[in-house]
Design a binder for this molecule. Structure first.
Ligand code: MG
Length: 188
């Protein structure tokens, strides 16, 4: 091989491929088929305000003591929001729906859950299912479990299950209602 001057040019050194650097997927940037799990937790204390309505899983319990909260204080819906946001790295409920936002005062938390689910869908994620455990002594959940599951499932667009657990007299647990949620999400 020669260049334009007729001088021999050294054989090209065989190119060594540059090492491929692993590029971490951006948070919230799914690859198709990626499966992630997310965990959510929420707690609201009981309210002294007789006008506060106890709402859980979108079901109102007019006879029960309400919970303190900026929105309707639906701990199940809030835990579900954090579970799906956590799974996808899309933030948390406080970022998405700040309790300083006057527009969210008394908000229907099922609508917030639906909005969070839409955000996931826009980012390429699909919720597979969510499983919740609600910790409280009263009211009894069993008569309303199906309705709560239906409400939450409709908001998420995927099956949501609800299980009730009593406080078993553990100090500190009876002053409010807690919910733990675990969500499985899949990248489309
Ligand atoms: Mg909350």
């Amino acid at each position: 091989m020669s260049d334009n001057n007729g001088e021999a040019t050294p054989a090209p050194v065989e190119a060594t491929p540059a090492p491929v650097e692993a590029t971490p997927a951006p948070v919230g940037g799914p690859n198709s088929g990626t499966i992630r799990v997310g965990q959510g937790f929420d707690v609201h204390p009981f309210s002294e305000d007789p006008d506060r309505i106890f709402v859980l899983g979108g079901v109102s319990f007019p006879q029960a003591q309400g919970l303190v909260g900026h929105s309707d204080a639906d701990v199940a819906a809030h835990a579900c929001v954090d579970a799906i946001l956590g799974a996808t790295g899309l933030g948390d409920i406080g970022q998405l729906f700040p309790d300083t936002d006057p527009d969210l005062e008394g908000a229907d938390s099922l609508a917030l859950l639906a909005r969070a689910s839409d955000l996931l869908a826009d980012a390429g994620w699909s919720v597979s299912n969510i499983d919740c455990t609600v910790i409280l002594d009263s009211p009894k959940l069993a008569p309303h479990r199906i309705q709560m599951q239906d409400n939450l499932s409709e908001a998420v667009g995927a099956p949501v299950s609800i299980k009730g657990k009593r406080t078993e007299g553990v100090a500190g647990l009876a002053g409010g209602v807690q919910c733990h949620a675990v969500a499985l999400v899949v990248a489309r």
